[in-house]
Design a protein around this ligand. Structure first.
Ligand code: FBP
Length: 265
C-alpha cells in the first residue's frame, strides 16, 4: 500500500498531511468537523497520505492502532500566533521522545531573517545530528519572517532558506511556493540532495489549489505538506484522491476537471 516508515516517498514523490495549526494559529482554524485530531488521523489514513505531521501531545493521545500505518512526523518546536513580528520558535520535545512515541521523522520550523534565527539554526543543526544517530529523517519548515525580511515570498530569500536547510542537514525542506515556476527550479537546484516540498497555505478553491501544486511539482518540488486546504474542505477524502493524482500521476487539474470543484471554497 502507500506506507513505509523508512521511506515516505513513492516514485520520488510525497504527500504529507500537516496538523500543527491548532498551536500555530489557534482554534480559529477549526470547526466542529476538524477540531478533533482523530478525524484528521482518519483523513491521513483513508486519504493515502505518505506521512502525518503533528505535535507530540497529539501523537501521544491519538497515534494508536490502525493509524500507526501512516508514518509519523513529530514537530519539535512551535510558537503561538501572538508573536509574529520577529518570531522565534524553540524546541520543546526531544528527538528521542519523538522516536519513543513512534516518529519516523522530526520537524522543526526556522524563521529565516528573524533576529533570533541563530538560535533556531543551532537547535535544528543539533536535531539533525541526533536524528541521524537515531535513524529518523528531518524536515525543516523554512519560513522567511521577521525583522530582516521585507518580502517573505521573494524567490531569492526562499532559495536562501532552502540552501541553509540543506547545509544544516535537513532531509526535506518545506517552503511556500510563490508562483514563480522558474524560481522554483532554482530553489530546488540550490537545495541539492535535500528534497523540497511546498506548504498548502490558507484555504482556496480546489482547482486553484491543485493548479498551484501541479505547477510546483512540475518545477521540481517532490510533493507537499498540506493542512487547511484538505481538512477545511467539505470533502477532504475526495480532494485527497485528486491530490494523489496530481502528485503521483502528474495529472493536471484540467484533466481531473469532472471531479474538481472550480468555484467557491
Ligand atoms: P497549511 O497547509 O494549513 O498552510 O499548513 C502548512 C503549515 O506549514 C503548517 O504546518 C503550519 O502550522 C502553518 O503552515 C504555519 O503557517 P504560517 O506560520 O504561515 O501561519
Amino acid at each position: 500500500m502507500f506506507w513505509n516508515k523508512n521511506n515516505i516517498f513513492e516514485n520520488g514523490r510525497t504527500m504529507i498531511l500537516a496538523y500543527d495549526q491548532g498551536f500555530e494559529h489557534g482554534p480559529a482554524d477549526f470547526n466542529m468537523s476538524n477540531a478533533d485530531p482523530e478525524k484528521i488521523f482518519k483523513i491521513a489514513l483513508n486519504g493515502g497520505y505518505s506521512a502525518f505531521a503533528v505535535q507530540a501531545g497529539i501523537a501521544e493521545k491519538y497515534y494508536k492502532g490502525k493509524y500507526r500505518k501512516v508514518p509519523l512526523i513529530v514537530k519539535l518546536n512551535a510558537k503561538d500566533r501572538f508573536d509574529n513580528h520577529d518570531p522565534v520558535s524553540l524546541q520543546h520535545t526531544s528527538v528521542a521522545y519523538a522516536k519513543k512515541i513512534g516518529a519516523a521523522g522530526v520537524g522543526y520550523t526556522i524563521y529565516l531573517g528573524s533576529s533570533h534565527e541563530q538560535r533556531m539554526f543551532v537547535e535544528f543543526g543539533r536535531i539533525c545530528e541526533e536524528a541521524k544517530k537515531l535513524g529518523l529523517f528531518t524536515m525543516c519548515w523554512m519560513y522567511p519572517r521577521g525583522n530582516k525580511i521585507t518580502n517573505e515570498l521573494s524567490t531569492e530569500t526562499i532559495c536562501y532558506g532552502s540552501r541553509i536547510a540543506m547545509e544544516l542537514g535537513a532531509d526535506i525542506v518545506k517552503i511556500k511556493y510563490n508562483g514563480d515556476s522558474a524560481g522554483m527550479k532554482w530553489i530546488v537546484e540550490c537545495a541539492g540532495k535535500t528534497k523540497v516540498v511546498v506548504a498548502g497555505g490558507s484555504k482556496v478553491n480546489e482547482f486553484e489549489f491543485l493548479k498551484n501544486i501541479h505547477e510546483a511539482i512540475n518545477s521540481g518540488a517532490v510533493g507537499l505538506a498540506v493542512g487547511r486546504n484538505v481538512w477545511q474542505d467539505s470533502d477532504p477524502l475526495k480532494l485527497s484522491a485528486n491530490l494523489r493524482k496530481v502528485i503521483f500521476l502528474n495529472k493536471s487539474p484540467q484533466e481531473l476537471k469532472d471531479s474538481v470543484v472550480e468555484g467557491g471554497k
